[in-house]
Design a protein around this ligand. Sequence first.
Ligand code: URP
Ligand code: ZN
Ligand code: ZN
Ligand code: ZN
Length: 467
Amino acid sequence: MSTRTVIRGGLVITASDELHADVLIEDTRIAAIAATGTSAADAWTADRIIDATGKYVIPGGVDAHTHMELPFGGTFASDTFETGTRAAAWGGTTTIIDFAVQSVGRSLREGLDAWNAKADGKCAIDYGFHMIVSDVNQDTLKEMDLLVEEGVTSFKQFMAYPGVFYSDDGQILRAMQRSAENGGLIMMHAENGIAIDVLVEQALARGETDPRFHGEVRKALLEAEATHRAIKLAQVAGAPLYVVHVSATEAVAELARARDEGLNVFGETCPQYLFLSTDNLAEPDFEGAKYVCSTPLRPREHQAALWRGLRTNDLQVVSTDHCPFCFTGQKELGRGDFSKIPNGLPGVENRMDLLHQAVVDGHISRRRWIEIACATPARMFGLYPKKGTIAPGADADVVIYDPHAEQIMSAETHHMNVDYSAYEGRRTTGRVETVLSRGTSVITDREFTGRAGHGSYTPRSTCQYLL
Ligand code: URP
Ligand code: ZN
Ligand code: ZN
Ligand code: ZN
């Protein structure tokens, strides 16, 4: 006998439709959708009924860019897979794709095994992995083929961080050529790290050590230059390209131009670039360190280009790049030298709410909210329609969202394992009420009812978003 749940009376929103409908779930999957009040819907019997009258019924969020426990700058991102996925569930996200890391001199396999071990049995929601390729050589290129077959179908490369994750243009071209053959998707951290390191050294020599100089040396032009170069290398290789954490107007322009040429070039931005700015980086008493990430926060003027890109589909995805470091003891490593501040912001819990606020503020429609936060990331990374939509056969990853509830974001009330909120004191309209992960209620009327280990590893197909 299967367990039947019916969600009654809500407004079901997907990337393509909005309808007042009831949703029938059998065990872990969505079985049927029928207009509320029709004889079809009223005939359904259920073990459990969730009343969603006046609420939205939306697919669980797909956050395609997180870094739980990432080793960085001599420390580790402060959320584990356990705490980070629990916080994600609180925020209405039911799938994360995290980044396994290949260490220089080690195989991709060793990196992937290590990340599988960190996540196994810990996650509250489903998860998959991208692979950070730090060392492109003949062995790694062969391993990329195997990983694609196994469901790790995307690879991050860095044009930044020389000596750590950095790949040169030749290594990038080789990996792109390989992905053109095996169906993998290259995800690019597009910043000219060689030039940035020169500017870092010169700034520090001038005594410019405060957090705000992190933003000044990591110039928008150097993001645009690297974005342009990555696009051209992908074009030469005949490979698709996904540029992560786009923050600069000039970089959006590069993506828009490539897309107008019909290239398979895609762009992701993050809530921090849409809602925060260099004003935060300039906060006194070293508070600016809370906002150090790369690409960096930009002057407020850049936000308009990002919103426009999300409306014109020159940017397709909003992920968090969740990579939290506590202010005390971690961000503080960079007092007196901004280049030693661990890079990254917390946000996995805040993404769905901030993007709903963008709906309230008129930047995007409700359907676009679901598209950029659920459906497109699922398509981009080969999880659709299992994830990212509400449709018969899809996993029952469903959020009951109250569009009228007010909340104030704060470290006092959030569930991420980090001692500050990047959005402290921000008032937003809209709040997650209940979250189902494969039919299991992991948040129930604002109580955590999930468990570590409920979430399972989810292999992925290749990109389903190619033009
Ligand atoms: O500052 C950031 N973004 N930290 C995480 C690592 C990365 O580059 O995505
Ligand atoms: Zn990056
Ligand atoms: Zn365009
Ligand atoms: Zn990242």
